[in-house]
Design a binder for this molecule. Structure first.
Ligand SMILES: Nc1ncnc2c1ncn2[C@@H]1O[C@H](COP(=O)(O)OP(=O)(O)OP(=O)(O)O)[C@@H](O)[C@H]1O
Length: 379
């Protein structure tokens, strides 16, 4: 007959994908019972009753326990952590001020787009990636958290003031037929009013963007972080234990150490790096000649150092800027342009790594499919 300690030891291999720790050290194993004939029953306590990753837990528990000698069968049941247990868990994880349960329950994937310094094209990529994901049929949204340099509304061509729903939630504005957008710009009294928010006020605004916005069902929520590793990025990394970071860098090898800081911030909060995108790679002139204006190799070197995939190298292309200035992402205007192809490739890499919500959550607000040449799936 297997022993209880053997089973507990095996359960340490079951990792909560959101909290990124094993269920034993998280205190989520509520009980283990072993019958004389080798039948084992395990009860796992989850953070929320409707935990979308329940099936994954069940599979993993079954798998690790059934591998123990003497186990005849495995029963897995679920319970929910009590408010006190949850509070203890949040303290243990150093996240005393997390979002309330279910704040982003209908958002399958959160991607924070980060860079070590400004001007590397982080906002351009956020806007175009959201558009590429939407055009590929996914429900995508962009949250502009670059509070001092907000540019997502301009790049997606959407301005105005969001309305408040009957449930007293802020309704995102919609760009290009379905990309949901929230930006600090929508809440300012004048378009170019300088933002002087700091500390607690900023923290409150960011919480509100996540908690009080009716994001609805989403496959991808892309968050444009401010450059660097300041207050906003830290607050969001703390509030979003499920988020992954996408690091944007330029090709010059010297940019690598700066870009790495954004990755270090993610890792400090236990968040995974979804990948690296190199932007402003070699410009290809109309005569076909390549001009590596910002050098080359930086993206690859950073990806290697972070052990994360290089999702794309996006070339310098004047049309990418021109379209962004007109509020029309290049990926929608000209999906076959070299920069569009690279961004679409990055989008597909993200989809391969972070699948959209299962079709049972499907709603009509999906993109209609991109009309450009199909791209091969990223690895
Ligand atoms: N691959 C590219 N080719 C041509 N222009 C680009 C490319 N990527 C970005 N740009 C342009 O470079 C400028 C800076 O880009 P963007 O505003 O996206 O950078 P950022 O990293 O978000 O900057 P910050 O966060 O400091 O505001 C913009 O005018 C943008 O249109």
């Amino acid at each position: 007959m297997p022993s209880r300690s053997e089973i507990i030891e095996a359960l340490r291999a079951v990792i909560d994908p959101e909290l990124r720790r094993d269920i034993v050290s998280l205190g989520m194993v509520r009980s283990v019972e072993i019958a004389p004939d080798g039948r084992v029953s395990v009860v796992v306590a989850l953070t929320t009753p409707g935990c979308p990753i329940r099936a994954q837990f069940e599979r993993s528990v079954r798998q690790v326990v059934s591998g123990i000698e003497g186990v005849a069968s495995v029963d897995v049941a679920f319970d929910v952590l009590s408010p006190e247990e949850k509070q203890r868990l949040q303290q243990q994880l150093g996240r005393p001020q997390g979002l309330p349960d279910g704040a982003l329950a209908q958002v399958a994937n959160v991607i924070c787009v980060a860079s070590g310094k400004g001007g590397v094209g982080k906002s351009t990529l956020t806007a175009n990636l959201a558009a590429a994901l939407f055009a590929e049929g996914h429900r995508a949204a962009a949250l502009d958290a670059d509070v001092w340099g907000y540019s997502i509304p301009r790049m997606l061509g959407v301005h105005g003031r969001p309305r408040v729903s009957a449930q007293r939630k802020i309704v995102p504005l919609v760009a290009h037929g379905g990309i949901r957008v929230i930006s600090i710009e929508f809440f300012l009294s004048e378009r170019d009013q300088a933002i002087t928010w700091r500390g607690p006020m900023l923290h409150k605004a960011l919480r509100q963007f996540l908690e009080d916005v009716e994001w609805g069902e989403l496959d991808y929520l892309l968050i444009d972080l401010p450059p660097g590793t300041g207050d906003v990025s830290m607050t969001l990394a703390q509030l979003l234990p499920q988020a992954r970071f996408l690091i944007v860098t330029t090709p010059q090898p010297a940019a690598q150490s700066v870009a790495k800081r954004a990755a270090e911030l993610a890792r400090r909060y236990g968040l995974e790096i979804a990948g690296v995108v190199e932007n402003m790679s070699a410009f290809v002139a109309p005569d076909g000649s390549r001009h590596a204006i910002f050098g080359s190799g930086g993206g690859e070197a950073l990806a290697e150092e972070l052990a994360a995939p290089l999702l794309a190298s996006v070339p310098l292309q004047p049309e990418l800027r021109a379209c962004a200035d007109q509020g029309k992402p290049l990926v929608l205007v000209d999906p076959d342009a070299p920069a569009s192809q690279a961004i679409r490739h990055a989008a597909r890499g993200l989809v391969a790594e972070m699948p959209p919500a299962p079709p049972s959550l499907a709603s009509p607000a999906r993109g209609a499919g991109i009309s450009g040449t199909p791209l091969p799936m990223a690895h």
